[in-house]
Design a binder for this molecule. Sequence first.
Ligand code: C5P
Length: 218
Amino acid sequence: MGYNIAIDGPSGAGKSTIAKLVAKEKGFVYVDTGAMYRGLAIHFMKKGIKPGETDKIVSACEDAEVSIGYENGSQQIYLNNENITAMLRDEAVGSMASMSSGIPEVRAKLLELQRNLAREKDVVMDGRDIGTHVLPDADVKVYLTASVETRAKRRYKELLEKGIACEYDEIARDIEERDARDMSREIAPLKKAEDAVLVDSSDMGIEEVVAKIVELCR
Ligand code: C5P
């Protein structure tokens, strides 16, 4: 078993930024499980399936193979051997991932991949259910959160910097909807594991959060 750091929390809490930096500092492998859900979402979208079409999503799971690799240290996602990493951050993909991640067959499809990675390597794995469900025996568990306002502001700034037009209110509403879906689903909902350390990054800088998590590993 590798040394496992699990970082869970709601959308936009900064999990991937923080997890990447912690992984770099520790010399561990960063595993972004959200990217795997996004990879499956692309598979469904390629088949022309719409978010609410559960039966079609369930049967589309049968011919989807998601795997991961690393190029210059950064995680790549393969869908049936095609590298689809460049498509993952698309808004429509995020939305499809959020809407399909509550389906048990979708989650089952990714669970073994995630567990195998943690078994073989020292990892920093981020997601929604890592500490509660995927790696219940992780060495360090963190629940990283921030207020809806903070998360929406960060996202708004990020999109503007990319030159994407957006409305702050719409982003805040979208974040609230994604939180509600992740927290209320029946299977592996987003919640803080009892033994996870709660870190609210609303008033913390990136380096401060990274230092706190590295400290927890001592
Ligand atoms: O974190 P990210 O936004 O990339 O995740 C995309 C979607 O995948 C989330 O909205 C969430 O519903 C789902 N997800 C999940 N469990 C994880 C990681 C992501 O349900 N461990």
